[in-house]
Design a protein around this ligand. Structure first.
Ligand code: CMC
Length: 440
C-alpha cells in the first residue's frame, strides 16, 4: 500500500503522498499543500526540504556514504581519472574506451580561450580574488559563444558547452594565476592530460624548466574527484535555481562559482589554512582556538569543521587526510600546519561541544595542506574546488532542464513587515531615528 502522511491543520486533514528514493530515503510530497490549505512550509536553510529528485549523487550523512551514480566515491578516487569521473556524472554511466577517448580529445580541442578574452586578465588588479575573476570569465564565455546560449540546448550543443567549461576553466584559472604573479601565460598543450596540463600552465614558464611531479598529479586527481559532486549543496542549488529561469549554462555556472566562494562553503579551504597559520603564529595554542570556537558570543568557528549533512564523518576528509600525509612524506615536506591540523582534530573530537553537535572535519579541512605542498597560492584554493565541482554543476543543470517536473525556482516567505499604511509627505514625517540612518 502506498504510504501517506497526514497533516491536520485546524479542522482540516490533508493526506500527503510519501516519496521513496532508491536508497529508501523518504519525503513527504507537499506540492499540493498551499492550493489545498493556503499554508506554506517554513524551512530556513532548506535543511528539511528536497528541491528535486536526482539520480546523480547519493549521500547518507549518518553513515558517511557518498556515491556517484551508485559508485562509492572511494572506488572512484582509487581507480578513476577526473575526466572519466566527469563523464560518469554528466552522462550517467562509466564510458567505454572509445567514448572516453572521444571525450578526452574534445578537451584538447576546447582548451584555449578566445585571444580577445586574454585582454580581460590585464584589466584586473593583481590583488583581485581569482574567484571573482573566474566567475566573470565563465559568464563572459556566453558573449564569445552566443550560439551556445540557447536556453534549451540540443544534446549536441550541451555536450560541447560541457566540455568547453570543463576544459577552459583550467586555462582561465592558470591564466589568472600567471597574471597575478606577473608571469607570461603558458598555453595548454595537446600532448598533456588534464591535470599535468593544468600544472604546466600554472608553473612552467619560457624562462624556467618545469618537470611535472606524478605524486602531485595523483594527489590533485584524488582531490578533484572527491570534489566533483555533492548533490544539493549551496552552489549546486544555485546553479539549478539560476538555470530554472532558463538562464544559459555559462551564466548558471558563473552564479554557482559565486555561491561556492563564501567561507561557509568552498571558501572554507582558504580559511582553514589562514586559521592554522594564525594558530601557528600564536605559539601553536590550539586549545585557545577550540575554546574560542565554543564561545556563544564569538563569531569564530573552527573552519573545515561541521557539515549540514555529515553527522558522523565526511568520507572525503578521511581520504584527503591520508593523501596529505602521503604527499608530504614523498616530497619530504615538514609542514607545521599539518601537525597543528592533526592535533586540532584530536582535541576537537574529544571535546563534548563538538561531539554533541556532531562536528567533524569536512572536505576542506586537509585539502589546503595538499594545495600548499603543490605550490598553489592560498587565494586559489576555492578556485581548485570550483574546477573540481564543475562536472557536478553541469550534470545538475542538465538534469534540472530535462526533468518535466522542473519549475522556475521561486520560494515563498512569511511576511513580517508593517501592515498596510498610507504614504506620508516628507514634511509631515515624524519618525524616530531609523536604526540604519547613520549608515546612509
Ligand atoms: N565551529 C564551531 N561551532 C560550530 C561549527 C564550527 N565549525 N559548525 C557548527 N557549529 C555549531 C553551531 O554554532 C551550532 O551550535 P548551537 O547549536 O549551539 O547553536 C551547531 O554547531 C549547528 O551548526 P549550524 O550552523 O546550525 O549548522 P549548519 O548545518 O547550518 O552549518 C556549516 C554547516 C558547514 C556551514 C557549519 O558547520 C560551518 O560553518 N562550518 C565551518 C565552515 C566550513 O568548514 N565550511 C565547509 C563545509 S564542507 C564543504 C562545502 O560544502 O563547501
Amino acid at each position: 500500500m502506498d504510504e501517506k502522511a497526514k497533516l491536520i491543520i485546524g479542522d482540516k486533514t490533508l493526506e500527503l503522498p510519501v516519496i521513496t528514493g532508491t536508497e529508501n530515503e523518504k519525503a513527504v510530497d507537499i506540492t499540493k499543500l498551499r492550493s489545498a490549505t493556503e499554508y506554506i512550509t517554513l524551512d530556513p536553510g532548506f535543511g528539511n526540504t528536497g528541491s528535486c529528485k536526482s539520480s546523480i549523487t547519493f549521500v547518507d550523512g549518518e553513515k558517511g556514504i557518498l556515491h556517484y551514480r551508485g559508485i562509492p566515491v572511494a572506488q572512484m578516487a582509487e581507480n578513476s581519472t577526473f575526466v572519466e569521473t566527469s563523464y560518469l556524472l554528466i552522462h550517467g554511466e562509466l564510458p567505454t574506451q572509445k567514448q572516453l577517448d572521444k571525450f578526452s580529445d574534445s578537451f584538447t580541442q576546447h582548451a584555449m580561450i578566445h585571444e580577445d578574452m586574454k585582454n580581460f586578465f590585464y584589466g584586473y588588479p593583481s590583488t583581485g580574488h581569482p574567484m571573482g575573476i573566474l566567475s566573470a570569465m565563465v559568464c563572459s564565455l556566453s558573449a564569445y559563444y552566443p550560439e551556445l546560449t540557447n536556453p534549451e540546448p540540443s544534446q549536441e550543443e550541451f555536450n560541447k558547452i560541457a566540455v568547453m567549461l570543463l576544459s577552459k576553466v583550467r586555462t582561465i584559472c592558470a591564466f589568472s594565476y600567471k597574471k597575478s604573479v606577473g608571469d607570461t601565460f603558458v598555453n595548454p598543450r595537446p600532448d598533456l592530460k588534464y591535470i599535468p596540463n593544468f600544472l604546466n600552465m600554472m608553473f612552467s614558464s619560457p624562462s624556467r624548466n618545469y618537470t611535472i611531479d606524478q605524486d602531485e598529479v595523483n594527489a590533485l586527481r584524488v582531490l578533484l574527484i572527491l570534489h566533483a559532486d555533492h548533490e544539493q549543496n549551496c552552489s549546486t542549488s544555485t546553479v539549478r535555481m539560476v538555470g530554472s529561469s532558463r538562464a544559459n549554462l555559462f551564466a548558471s555556472i558563473a552564479a554557482g562559482i559565486c555561491a561556492l566562494w563564501g567561507p561557509l562553503h568552498g571558501g572554507a579551504n582558504q580559511e582553514v589554512i589562514e586559521m592554522l597559520q594564525q594558530i601557528h603564529k600564536d605559539g601553536d595554542n590550539i586549545q585557545k582556538y577550540v575554546n574560542l570556537a565554543k564561545e556563544k558570543d564569538s563569531s569564530f568557528r573552527l573552519m573545515g569543521f561541521g557539515h549540514r549533512v555529515y553527522k558522523n564523518f565526511d568520507p572525503r576528509a578521511k581520504i584527503i587526510k591520508e593523501k596529505a600525509h602521503t604527499l608530504l612524506n614523498k616530497k619530504g615536506i615538514k609542514d607545521p600546519l599539518l601537525d597543528i591540523a592533526v592535533k586540532l582534530e584530536e582535541i576537537a573530537l574529544k571535546d563534548p561541544y563538538f561531539v554533541e553537535r556532531k562536528l567533524y572535519p569536512n572536505v576542506d579541512f586537509y585539502s589546503g595542506i595538499i594545495y600548499r605542498a603543490i605550490g598553489i597560492p592560498l587565494n586559489m584554493f576555492p578556485v581548485m574546488f570550483a574546477i573540481g565541482r564543475m562536472p557536478g554543476w553541469i550534470a545538475h543543470w542538465k538534469e534540472m532542464l530535462d526533468d518535466p517536473a522542473t519549475k522556475i525556482g521561486r520560494p515563498r516567505q512569511i511576511y513580517t513587515g508593517p501592515n498596510r499604511r498610507d504614504y506620508v509627505p516628507i514634511e509631515q514625517r515624524k519618525y524616530s531615528l531609523h536604526p540604519t540612518e547613520n549608515s546612509f
